[in-house]
Design a protein around this ligand. Structure first.
Ligand code: CAA
Length: 260
C-alpha cells in the first residue's frame, strides 16, 4: 500500500515507520490512523521483520497529538467513535507479536505520547517533551492515555500530568519510568536501530511469549499471571530455537535462531 502521511522502510530484519506530517508537527489525522493500521498489519505479516521503530520526521516533534483540526463540530457520538478508532489501532500495536520501539525525537503529546506508550520500549532524544495536554482543550486523553500512563508511571504521576496538562522533559520522563533511555538527538535513531537489531537477533517466539506473559500477566492476579508464564514457557520448549539456544550455550558459540 502507498502511504501519504507515513514512511515505511525495511532495513534487514527491522522496519522503521516515520510519521511524516511536519507542517502540523506530525499530528495524526484519521487518514494517518488508517495508514498506521495498514503498516502495522504489513509488518505483523512479514515474519522476516523481527522488530520495528516508530519515529517522527524532523527534529521538533515525534507526534504533537491527534490532529485538532478534526475535532471541530464533532458530536459526542462522533467524538467517541474517533477515540475508539484510535484506541483500537493502538491496542493492535500494543498486542503485535513484533516488538516495537518508539524513538521519540521531540514533542510526544496527547495521541503522540499515547502511541509511544503503546510501544514496547521508548528511547527519547534529550530535547523530547512528553505530555497529555488534552484537559487544556477541554477533553481528556482518548487514545489510551488515562490507562497506559497510569500503568507505566502510576496514578500519582498520571493524575498530575493529566490534571495540569504539564509537559515533562526527557530526563523527568526517564525518572518516572516513562522512557527506557535518553540520548542526544543525533544518536537517537542509531540507538533505536541498535536496540531493534539486538532484539531481532533473539529467538522471536521466545520474545513473543515473554511479551505475552508480561502484558497479559500484568492485567491479572499473580497466580493467573504465573500460569500464563508457565504455559508460554512450555510453548518455547517446543521450538527448534530452544534446542539451538541450549546447544549453542554448551558449544560456547553464538546461537543462530530461525524463528521455529
Ligand atoms: N493538531 C493540529 N495541528 C497542530 C497540532 C495538533 N495536535 N500541534 C501542532 N499543530 C500545528 C499548529 O497549529 C501550527 O500550525 P500553523 O503553522 O498552521 O499555525 C504548527 O503545527 C506548528 O505548531 P506551533 O506553531 O504551535 O508550534 P510551537 O513550537 O509554538 O508549539 C506545541 C509546539 C507546544 C507542540 C504546540 O503546537 C501544541 O501545543 N500543540 C498541540 C498539542 C496538543 O494539545 N496535543 C493533544 C491533541 S488532542 C489528542 O491527542 C487527543 C487524544 O487523546 C487522541
Amino acid at each position: 500500500m502507498g502511504f501519504k502521511n507515513i514512511i515505511l522502510e525495511r532495513e534487514e530484519d527491522i522496519a522503521v515507520i516515520t510519521i511524516n506530517r511536519p507542517k502540523v508537527l506530525n499530528a495524526i489525522n484519521r487518514e494517518t490512523v488508517d495508514e498506521l493500521q495498514a503498516a502495522f498489519e504489513e509488518i505483523e505479516q512479514d515474519t522476516a521483520i523481527r522488530a520495528f521503530i516508530i519515529t517522527g520526521s524532523g527534529e521538533k516533534a515525534f507526534v504533537a497529538g491527534a490532529d485538532i483540526n478534526e475535532f471541530t463540530g464533532l458530536t459526542p457520538e462522533e467524538g467517541r467513535l474517533l477515540m475508539q478508532h484510535g484506541q483500537s489501532v493502538y491496542s493492535y500495536l500494543e498486542h503485535m507479536g513484533t516488538p516495537s520501539i518508539a524513538a521519540v525525537n521531540g514533542y510526544a503529546l496527547g495521541g503522540g505520547c499515547e502511541m509511544a506508550m503503546a510501544c514496547d520500549l521508548r528511547i527519547a532524544s534529550a530535547n523530547a517533551k512528553f505530555g497529555q495536554p488534552e484537559t487544556k482543550l477541554g477533553i481528556i486523553p482518548g487514545w489510551g492515555g488515562t490507562q497506559r500512563l497510569t500503568l507505566l508511571v502510576g496514578k500519582t504521576h498520571a493524575k498530575e500530568l493529566i490534571y495540569t496538562s504539564r509537559f515533562i522533559g526527557a530526563e523527568e520522563a526517564a525518572v518516572i519510568g516513562l522512557v527506557n533511555k535518553v540520548v542526544p538527538q543525533e544518536e537517537l535513531l542509531k540507538t533505536a536501530k541498535d536496540l531493534a537489531h539486538q532484539i531481532a537477533a533473539m529467538p522471536p517466539i521466545a520474545i513473543r511469549m515473554a511479551k505475552l506473559a508480561i502484558d497479559k500477566g500484568s492485567q491479572v492476579d499473580m497466580d493467573t499471571g504465573l500460569n500464563i508464564e508457565a504455559q508460554a514457557c512450555a510453548l518455547c520448549f517446543a521450538t527448534e530455537d530452544k534446542i539451538e539456544g541450549c546447544k549453542a550455550f554448551f558449544e560456547k558459540r553464538p546461537a543462530k535462531f530461525q524463528g521455529k
